[in-house]
Design a protein around this ligand. Structure first.
Ligand SMILES: [Fe+2]
Length: 382
């Protein structure tokens, strides 16, 4: 009998639920909140929209908005100093995965001290974190429900994966209306990131019956609605479906962990500061080909969830159909197809493959890989 556990934050989902943010922070005992956001979110008007809900609850706040995509170690440390300087006792992140991960990094340093690098890996955070309310604006990272934080080590030029239950936010507020200001490129790349989360979680060595149901529902929703969500900023039905798909994927991967796609894309993202979701969109199908023979029936179920008619096919054939369909989807929504498009070169492969072997996500990839095999996989995707 399988023994498993499943962790998740309190989740508030629905159009207009941004209005709950002040009440959520108040319920957690906050009195002075650090709001972590970024210039894109501010330009879209969402910070201005949110702050009255914080003020309604008579909460003091400070705003820190100098986060960049792929949040850096020095940014997190600057944010933590800002948090201390302003006497904050709780965090609200309003933004994509970068804002949410940066907020988690600030939370770690605010109660545990030291440098963020000390918390790389699994269960390195010893002291409890301050209350965290996360409001995702991009629909895809899953960081608002996950026990992960991904921070770039700018000295080693790699992404550090921090995994600990205390990184699960207290409250996650998903308001699909926030997805209506994202452009087509962001919608496409983040949507493919969410699909990658669901697929890697479904074939993960740590998958359970509790994560499978989340992963398969996510694959259904994203494969059915991503194209429509990319085609129109105002399609609320598609935004709602993508927000739900992303939430399901986040719950799946937070508990089942990920696989080789993320282990490799973290290294390329750390080295070249490239778009995480678009990198995954390229790598995912090559990793699926690498894994396919290890767990073909799992990939056949993925094909079925994508609404592919697999009757009469072997599991291998069905899995291959899923790979072809994902490549077609990525192309149709305008994403790159090769790693060379991001500036990856043959000379970078030895270091990328060597560092990928140490990424925490590699441990749950269904097929054990050698460094040479990962190098060959990257070369195939160049
Ligand atoms: Fe991801």
């Amino acid at each position: 009998m399988q023994v498993c556990k499943f962790v998740a934050p309190e989740i508030i989902f629905g159009a207009g639920t941004l209005s709950q943010v002040g009440k959520a922070a108040r319920r957690l005992g906050a009195s002075r909140v650090l709001v972590v956001t970024d210039p894109g979110v501010i330009a879209a008007g969402w910070l201005e929209h949110m702050l009255p809900y914080v003020e309604d609850e008579h909460l003091d706040y400070a705003v820190w908005s100098t986060v960049t995509p792929n949040p850096k170690d020095y940014e997190v440390e600057a944010g933590a100093a800002y948090y201390q300087r302003h006497g904050c006792d709780a965090l609200i992140a309003l933004g994509g995965g970068s804002c949410i991960d940066a907020a988690k990094g600030i939370a770690i340093l605010s109660t545990n001290g030291g440098r963020i690098h000390a918390y790389e890996g699994i269960d390195k955070i010893k002291r409890p974190l301050p209350p965290m309310v996360m409001v995702p604006t991009t629909g895809g990272s899953g960081a608002d429900v996950s026990q992960f934080a991904i921070i770039t080590d700018t000295t080693r030029r790699i992404k550090m994966t921090l995994i600990c239950k205390s990184l699960i936010p207290d409250i996650s507020i998903t308001d699909p209306l926030l997805l209506t200001t994202k452009n087509a490129y962001l919608t496409a790349s983040i949507g493919m990131d969410a699909l990658t989360h669901a697929i890697e979680a479904y074939v993960s060595l740590a998958a359970t019956f509790l994560t499978d149901v989340q992963a398969l529902r996510s694959i259904q929703l994203i494969s059915a609605h991503l194209q429509a969500s990319v085609d129109s900023m105002e399609n609320l039905a598609a935004k709602d479906a993508m927000a739900r798909g992303s939430l399901h994927a986040g719950l799946a991967f937070s508990n089942a962990i990920l696989g080789a796609t993320h282990a490799i894309s973290h290294q390329i993202g750390g080295m070249l500061d490239s778009c995480h979701g678009e990198l995954n969109a390229v790598l995912l199908t090559y990793v699926m080909e690498f894994n396919l023979r290890t767990c073909p029936t799992r990939y056949a179920s993925i094909a079925e969830a994508m609404n592919i008619n697999i009757s009469g096919m072997t599991a291998l054939e069905a899995g291959q159909c899923a790979i072809v369909a994902i490549r077609r989807l990525a192309r149709n929504i305008g994403l790159h197809a090769r790693l060379a498009d991001f500036g990856v070169t043959e000379e970078m492969i030895p270091i990328l493959s060597a560092t990928a072997m140490y990424d925490a996500c590699m441990a749950t990839n269904p097929r054990e890989a050698t460094c040479e095999e990962i190098a060959a996989l990257i070369r195939t995707a160049l």
